[in-house]
Write a protein that binds this ligand. Sequence first.
Ligand SMILES: [Zn+2]
Length: 170
Amino acid sequence: MTPQEFDAAFPKVMGWIERTLTAHQALARPAGSKNFKRLPRYFSRAQIEAARFVAVDRIPLPPLSSIGLTRFKQFERGDYDGITYLDTYFLKRPKAGDENLHFHEMIHVVQWRLLGAEFFLALYAGGLERFGYRDSPLEKMAYDAQDMFARGESFNAEEFVAEKLTRVSI
Ligand SMILES: [Zn+2]
């Protein structure tokens, strides 16, 4: 994707994200409302309080093809259990009680916060294009952290993301 293509698509994607978040506002619940026992050992109270989640039947994905980004067709066709936009993540309803998945999406919330929306989307799109979904750097970081969490390793998840981001390049 060229910088020109990104610049043209960015406001459209952000517009879609803002409309999507507004449309789901009434259904959004604080990330802390599930009272997970382990999340607070990895994320600060402020970060948990700043995040929200929405349980949905279908994960909302931006209409990238109709925005002109046809090269992401494969991503658009994917079936995801969760996705994060800014400080809000969407989870498939049957997965809304899965602490590992909340952890994964919380990693993305931290990425969005540390990178800012424009850098996050540029990095995410660039990674998707070069490495595919699972190995794109921001996903790989989230999956690696999720694996460590599932194994019971103890670490500061926000510092983990901050440290990994210093080494991410596309
Ligand atoms: Zn992810």
